[in-house]
Design a protein around this ligand. Structure first.
Ligand code: AVJ
Ligand code: FE
Length: 432
């Protein structure tokens, strides 16, 4: 790509991303923007100004070397200074001020983009990385804001066409033979520090489900008394299940003749062919044990998603190296729910594993730890400070994840009790 093409690509990505942010923050009134919809989430107006503040810090001040726009508010929008539950009480910018602030920062960032030289010697700019990082950061907060929308009560404000139907439901397991594969990347230009470096991992043979666990399968676990049987739960999982009173995925409602769910303000029957969403790690782990299986490790998940047995290469995505299109995966808030299993045959891996990318984030059994040779870049607060903490990895992105923030190598993480995120899972088992 020429420098001019890179500039145009970045400008288009920044603009496309800001349109999503605008949609999520203009769909509700000022009261909904400034109130807290859950103690787990920031007020939407905090996410909005925080996105602008990160853009100011990295693109305007660091890359551009420009004077600060609003240095006085850095502290308010530093995620490490104030817990989410405390953010509504801060003297935040109001919606009008926040919108003006992010627009002012964007003007300056675009001016920096016009003049910047993408010197391959400057690691922060190589391949446009700093801009890519800021695009991904905003998209990640957009997904967080979408989760806040899901927690908001009241009538629906977001609309999108339903996801595609499945011509053939996908069932069963896929065998992945023993052998090494390359995990992580050195070449993906916008890959974040935790996806690097590429390294070979040797794995034994295993089986992995061809599709994520569906609502129907999960409902069978509930019907079988899975939530009341400590045999299926880890010790921590059972303690949490008891304390939190877990009995079904978040947003499910028991009805006389089945299950309903609340989805972005709509109440509807739970679609049994869709991947289950809004379950925590402990619920995923319990379901897998009940099914006589286990969760895949992070390496197993990535091998299933990227390894091409014909070439021995690791692909960027299950379907190949092309960026995600609408036929490959349910990404980018194009739809406001996961799609039924089998809805994306064009997105399957060479071995026939479906819907690894998009639909639901998939809990894996691994904790969030650095790859061998990891180096924090460009700042330890993105990944490094979370290593060794109480976090489980999630892979593959959800219907609310943008393609810019999703790859075969992309790593997300959260506390094992969290389920307000768009989290589901698929099962695996040893080959015996
Ligand atoms: C990688 C999704 C866990 O949302 O906390 C946003 C991404 N980092 N701002 C998060 C992130 C800084 C992060 N996750
Ligand atoms: Fe952030």
């Amino acid at each position: 790509m020429t420098t001019e093409d890179l500039r145009l690509t970045i400008a288009a990505e920044l603009e496309r991303t800001r349109a999503r942010t605008a949609l999520l923050t203009e769909a509700v009134d000022d009261d909904d923007l400034t109130r807290q919809h859950s103690p787990l989430m920031s007020p939407l107006v905090w996410d909005l100004a925080h996105v602008g503040n990160q853009e100011e810090l990295w693109l305007v001040r660091d890359v551009g070397g420009r004077d600060p726009v609003r240095q006085d508010i850095d502290e308010l929008y530093d995620a490490f200074k104030h817990a989410r539950r405390d953010r509504p009480a801060l003297p935040l910018l109001d919606p009008l001020e926040a919108r003006a602030y992010v627009a002012r920062v964007r003007d300056k960032a675009l001016d920096v983009l016009d003049r910047v030289r993408f010197d391959p010697g400057a690691r922060l700019l190589d391949g446009g990385f700093a801009f890519g990082m800021i695009v991904q950061h905003e998209q990640q907060h957009d997904e967080t804001m979408l989760a806040t929308h899901q927690l908001r009560t009241g009538s629906p404000v977001l609309t999108a066409p339903p996801p595609p139907a499945a011509a053939n439901a996908v069932r069963g397991e896929i065998f992945i033979d023993a052998g090494g594969f390359v995990m992580g990347t050195d070449t993906e230009p916008w890959a974040l520090d935790n996806e690097r470096p590429a390294h070979t991992v040797d794995l034994g043979a295993f089986w992995i489900d061809a599709a994520p666990t569906t609502n129907g399968q999960y409902a069978a676990f509930i019907d079988a008394g899975g939530y009341d049987d400590p045999r299926w739960w880890s010790e921590r999982g059972w303690a949490h299940r008891q304390k939190a009173g877990l009995a079904a995925p978040l947003h499910w409602i028991r009805d006389r003749d089945g299950w309903l769910r609340r989805r972005f303000g709509h109440v509807e029957p739970v679609p049994m062919e869709e991947p289950v969403v809004h379950v925590c790690y402990f619920e995923a782990e319990a379901y897998a044990a009940w099914a006589g299986k286990r969760l895949p490790t992070e390496a197993e998940w990535e091998k299933a998603a990227r390894f091409d047995p014909a070439t021995g290469r690791s692909r960027r995505y299950p379907w190949g190296d092309d960026p995600p299109g609408p036929a490959h995966a349910n990404l980018g808030q194009r739809h406001l729910s996961p799609a039924p299993v089998g809805a994306y045959p064009a997105g399957a891996s060479p071995l026939g594993v479906h819907q690894l990318i998009g639909d639901v984030w998939e809990w894996v059994s691994s904790g969030f730890e650095p790859y061998p040779g990891f180096r924090a870049f460009p700042y330890p607060e993105y990944s490094e400070v979370f290593h060794g903490g109480d976090y489980k990895v999630l892979r593959g992105g959800s219907f609310g994840t943008d393609a810019a923030a999703c790859r075969g190598t992309f790593r997300n993480w959260d506390h094992p009790i969290r389920r307000q995120i768009f989290s589901g899972f698929r099962c695996a088992r040893d080959h015996v």
